[in-house]
Design a protein around this ligand. Structure first.
Ligand SMILES: [Zn+2]
Ligand SMILES: [Zn+2]
Length: 238
């Protein structure tokens, strides 16, 4: 009761403000409805890897890459195309440590998982950073996104069983084949995963090489189904 009063008084003194346009007509998620509508929701995509596809593609469409060779994961969900202003919110969170942006992004991901009624896994594994990158940044954005998602759906989040065993070059600077080589054997499992269905969570999926490599290792170790949940997927292969 007291808590509700405090929340009520806070909402009058500090009304939620939209992080994108500063309007005070925002929901408790810190975004107003018009800005929410205008986000680059990923509506037309490859049904396997979530690559954004042109509008005319059917719901069952697959991208050329998945048609050629199915990835190691079973299904990837990306809430948005990696485009403005989602790209800005992700940068503010990742590189400037703006926690408010991180909270909004986590809530947007939760909403889209619910809206799509995705099958819930037994375990969430955030894609690990190499310890040198972690030292430099101070936190792993995938872990910070995974925690509220896990809490919301009541799914355990495991941050120790998968390690990035060597630092890899930044994926965005590499061609697709080079990205695959870059992440090959970059991860190792620190123990057995005694779960049937695992979700790998990351902020942005680019070519899918990184999540594909972790999924490959998990499957080699007996995990039956590996899905990917991401905030955003880059629209086309550079
Ligand atoms: Zn707004
Ligand atoms: Zn695909």
């Amino acid at each position: 009761m007291v808590y509700n009063w405090i929340k009520f008084i806070q909402s009058i003194l500090f009304p939620p403000q939209c992080l994108l346009c500063s309007s005070t007509n925002a929901t408790t998620m810190d975004i107003c409805d018009p800005c929410l509508d205008e986000l680059p929701h990923n509506r037309h995509y490859c049904r396997i890897c979530a690559l954004p596809l042109p509008r005319h593609h059917a719901e069952t469409a697959m991208c050329g890459s998945c048609l050629q060779q199915a990835p190691s994961f079973d299904h990837c969900h990306a809430a948005f195309a990696y485009d403005y202003p989602i790209s800005n919110l992700i940068s503010e969170f990742k590189f400037s440590g703006k926690l408010q942006s991180g909270r909004l992004l986590a809530n947007l991901l939760i909403n889209s998982i619910e809206a799509c009624q995705l099958p819930l896994p037994d375990l969430i594994i955030p894609i690990p950073l190499h310890r040198s990158r972690l030292r430099e940044r101070g936190f792993n954005q995938a872990v910070e996104l995974a925690r509220p998602v896990g809490r919301h759906f009541n799914i355990p989040v495991e941050t120790h069983s998968c390690k990035r065993s060597h630092a890899t070059a930044t994926q965005s600077n590499l061609e697709k084949d080079a990205r695959k080589r870059n992440v090959r054997n970059a991860f190792r499992l620190a123990g057995q995963i005694a779960h049937d269905h695992v979700v790998l969570l990351d902020d942005v999926v680019t070519t899918g090489s990184t999540v594909g490599e972790v999924a490959r290792i998990l499957k080699l170790n007996g995990v039956r189904r590996v899905d990917v949940w991401a905030l955003a997927r880059t629209p086309s292969l550079p």
